[in-house]
Design a protein around this ligand. Structure first.
Ligand code: ATP
Length: 375
């Protein structure tokens, strides 16, 4: 059974009163998505791409301009938020200051008139899951950011929602605490097995948590797939450069045919990379497109390598990996290496590129150019 279906969903805000009209009229444009029961889905995209608007429409907090939303089998377009069986954990964890943690977690069940004994049972079940059992007596003002985030999520899941909606729930935490909470969220969701939508602009968070990622740009869904699919098989330049840190290198290239073989060549650069045979059916001499390759697929060749000699422009030592930048025309091509040698700017290395790992994109549209499938 599907946990959530979004069908031709549109949202247009009424900006008629505003002096400055925005270019993009629709905050969400023709969004179609099917999330299976129990799946953990991340909505990922840059600021302003429509993630929160979509989440708020699912929650019933924002009116739909057009389209349908189903939670489970039920069309919820006209249902009040409280009747949608959802749990909400939003970025600003507004807690009730006069109530202690127990009171905050129990609040919604009390408001619904759930029996006192049942409330106590559920609070005491959830508290260890969220690791808040030792702070149930504490007042909100005495809590750390991480503890508030945990209470916030506990309040959302105590309702035993059919659908859990989280909007940047870790945004107020610093790097280390964020990483720790990420692990906790994963553990928790594995236990409660509830369909979850998780809004984030952090691709690392999406990659590490989600079963599937919906990548959105300018209100339009770009790709919906598993972390491996969107990383290894991006549908366009936007997805390719949004997923991965450091991002995929993307360079404009002109294909050159030399002695019967095709090569990627680059303006103002000697770099020449063999085009993998699988692209031979879609390229030709002089063909221009963009070539993408991830930094870990750019390598430093050994002494007898026939890679192109290139001068190092930047060198960063990050402890367990080193990042090297090389100018290819106007672009700084990044490579990641575990080579422990301390390079410095100006050093010459033999640059090799795993040709089989390259992706091609259309210069104008950014769409992926795929090799023709054999029939
Ligand atoms: P962020 O990560 O910054 O929260 P987002 O991807 O969640 O961004 P939304 O908040 O959904 O993006 O906004 C999508 C678009 O809709 C933006 O262009 C935003 O300016 C616009 N928008 C959001 N809320 C309103 C509103 N109440 N009235 C008018 N326009 C709005």
């Amino acid at each position: 059974m599907a946990g959530l279906i979004l069908e031709h969903l549109y949202k247009r805000y009424d900006n008629s009163g505003k002096k400055k009209k925005t270019k993009n009229d629709f905050a969400v444009k023709d969004l179609n998505l099917v999330c299976e029961q129990g799946e953990f889905i991340a909505f990922l995209g840059p600021s302003g791409c429509g993630k929160t608007t979509t989440l708020r429409m699912i929650a019933g907090l924002e009116e739909i301009t057009q389209g349908n939303i189903y939670i489970g089998d039920q069309l919820v377009n006209n249902l009040h938020p409280k009747d949608r069986h959802i749990g909400l954990a939003f970025e600003d964890y507004a807690m009730y200051p006069p109530l202690n943690v127990y009171g905050n977690v129990a609040f919604n069940l009390r408001a619904k008139g759930v029996d006192k004994k049942e409330i106590d049972k559920r609070v005491r079940e959830i508290a260890p899951l969220m690791q808040i059992d030792d702070i149930l007596d504490k007042m909100p003002v005495k809590l750390s950011g991480g503890q508030k985030q945990r209470v916030n999520i506990a309040r959302a899941i105590i309702r035993e929602p059919e659908l859990l909606l989280m909007d940047e729930p870790l945004s107020h935490l610093d790097g280390k605490a964020r990483q720790a909470m990420r692990v906790e969220i994963k553990r928790l969701i594995n236990k409660i097995k509830c369909t979850t939508i998780y809004v984030t602009h952090d691709q690392l968070e999406a990659m590490s948590l989600a079963d599937k990622i919906a990548i959105i740009n300018f209100g339009v869904l770009q790709q919906f797939g598993t972390p491996t699919e969107v990383y290894d098989d991006p549908v366009n330049e936007f997805v390719a450069s949004f997923i991965g840190e450091p991002p995929m290198n993307i360079l404009v290239t002109t294909i050159a045919k030399i002695d019967g073989k095709f090569f990627f060549t680059f303006e103002n650069s000697n770099l020449k990379i063999a085009v993998p045979k699988r692209y031979y059916s879609v390229v030709s001499d002089g063909f221009r497109c963009k070539m993408g390759v991830r930094p870990m697929d750019v390598l430093i060749g050994g002494e007898d390598s026939d890679g192109t000699p290139e001068k190092i422009a930047t060198f960063e030592n990050l402890g367990d990996e080193r990042r090297i930048g090389i100018h290819v025309g106007d672009i700084l091509l990044m490579l990641i290496t575990e080579d422990e040698k301390r390079y410095k700017s100006g050093d010459i290395i033999k640059l090799e590129v795993r040709g089989e790992k390259t992706h091609l994109f259309d210069i104008e549209t950014g769409e992926r150019i795929r090799e023709k499938q054999e029939v």
